[in-house]
Design a protein around this ligand. Structure first.
Ligand code: NAD
Length: 440
């Protein structure tokens, strides 16, 4: 039986504690500050739905830290989202922005709702109300939302429009990223997270850590989730010669040993609303997808998909975390023991916030960069990020960096890539906090 604690706050605390044990000279008061969200805003508002009924929705916007700049983070519309999850995702955004060196703090937002049961008009009313109720909380230099699960560029367009109507006479475009191109969105933003996953994977494989897997071409890839991130990742991996053997959405998974034809999958999903049933494919469950025989496993949907009870059955040699928090701490230990490498979410899906930052810069300058410019910058950012974490990881492997627990004085095992990435990010935020000088 799986008795793991899956509380997102407990998990993010465990990850933080594991990483901070490797950081020498981190004062305990500073640790407390870095662990806590700066602000949690919760609002309940009523919406009159298309069918004439009135429903009350609960929403959150959390800023974890803004030492480096305004809050940055997506808005998720999901029936199961909780305050704890939003806080943990805001923390992850702080570390992600620090790791890729972009001048934002961490934030996240959510509305508890099921988009599948709401009309477009309902979603527009919810989004406008969310924006007007959080008017003082968001802003181009305060906190800048972006898309996440079940929100998209249309949602961002409504947020921009509402904010702009209520704050006339200013350039309000940088209030939100992930907007449509015609409203100041950036070329390459919609594709950035999936495309960034590919860039990170290519760079990681080029380090030749995994025998017989040093490039994407020819690799057998399984991807969980076929939304903004999973679909683009599938296309990007395919273009580089990978064979996509398994794909899934919330209604199930399809598998083909010979490789799936993405055009056929997209056409079938468009016609039937799901991919299960595509002729010539086997139907599996989302749980079975995690254990499928493949080289690279890309969770690109929800959290806690690789856990203590299934991590031993992961056959992939590399897990690329396109989703946020898809692997639990217990699973991390099992994967490390089994020599399954993980490119953690903090690196693998950082392409999204990176191009969001480029959009914000373009909006402030009233510019629009070519796709080639955006993608070249993204590629360099992802490569630098992998290189930096890899170099530091090697430092731990050869003993240049201390593997001594600073509290117990005991030797610790070599950290995995998630821990090394977190060590780097936490150090940067801690140093910036001290350099700014603690107020007053
Ligand atoms: P999306 O709403 O576009 O797509 C979500 C996909 O997951 C859909 O295909 C859906 O069917 C599938 N799904 C939902 N519930 C599932 C379940 N129980 N089992 C299997 N599949 C399920 O969302 P997205 O923007 O692609 O985000 C996916 C993940 O990537 C999330 O964890 C999100 O936090 C993370 N992420 C997104 C971005 C971004 O730019 N959109 C950036 C960084 C991280």
């Amino acid at each position: 039986m799986n008795e793991e604690i899956l509380d997102p706050l407990v998990i993010s605390e465990q990850q933080f504690d594991k990483a901070s044990a490797y950081i020498q000279h981190l004062q305990s008061g500073l640790i407390d500050f870095l662990k806590q969200p700066r602000r949690i805003c919760t609002i309940n508002f009523p919406i009159e739905l298309d069918d004439g009924s009135v429903k009350t929705f609960r929403c959150f916007r959390v800023i974890h830290n803004h030492v480096f700049g305004p809050g940055k983070g997506g808005i998720r519309y999901h029936p199961d989202v909780t305050e704890e999850e939003v806080v943990s995702l805001a923390k992850l955004m702080t570390w992600k922005c620090a790791l890729v060196n972009i001048p934002f703090g961490g934030a996240k937002g959510a509305v508890i709702c099921n988009t599948k049961e709401l009309s477009t008009n309902d979603l527009r009313r919810i989004t406008r109300r969310f924006t007007s109720d959080f008017l003082e909380v968001i802003g181009p230099h305060i906190d800048v939302p972006a898309p996440d699960m079940y929100t998209n560029e249309q949602t961002m367009a409504w947020i921009y429009d509402t904010y702009d109507v209520l704050n006339p006479g200013k350039n309000n475009r940088p209030v939100v990223t992930g907007k449509p191109i015609d409203l100041g969105g950036s070329y390459g933003r919609t594709e950035a997270t999936g495309q960034g996953c590919l860039y990170a994977t290519e760079r990681f494989l080029s380090k030749e850590l995994i025998p017989e897997l040093n490039e994407v071409a020819g690799a057998r890839v399984a991807i969980q989730g076929f939304g903004n991130v999973g679909k683009v990742a599938a296309q990007a991996f395919c273009r580089q010669g990978a064979k996509i053997v398994a794909l899934s959405d919330s209604s199930g998974c399809i598998y083909s040993e010979a490789g799936l034809n993405l055009d056929e999958v997209i056409a079938f999903k468009q016609q039937h609303g799901c991919m299960v049933g595509l002729p010539g494919t086997l139907t599996l469950t989302n749980e079975e997808l995690i254990e499928v025989d493949c080289d690279i496993l890309v969770p690109a949907a929800i959290s806690n998909q690789i856990h203590a009870s299934n991590a031993n059955n992961v056959k992939a040699k590399l897990v690329v975390e396109a989703a946020n928090n898809p692997t639990t701490p217990a699973a991390d230990c099992i994967l490390q023991r089994n020599k399954v490498y993980v490119i953690p979410d903090i690196i693998a899906n950082a392409g999204g916030v990176t191009v969001s930052y480029y959009e914000w810069v373009q909006n402030h300058a009233n510019e629009q960069w070519d796709l080639e410019v955006v993608n070249n910058r993204l590629k360099k950012k992802m490569h630098d990020c992998v290189d930096n974490v890899f170099r530091r990881w090697q430092g731990f492997v050869v003993g240049e960096e201390k593997n001594i627990d600073k509290i117990t004085g005991e030797p610790m095992e070599c950290p995995d890539f998630r821990t090394v990435a977190l060590v780097t990010a936490i150090e940067r935020v801690a140093n910036a906090t001290l350099i700014r000088g603690i107020w007053p």
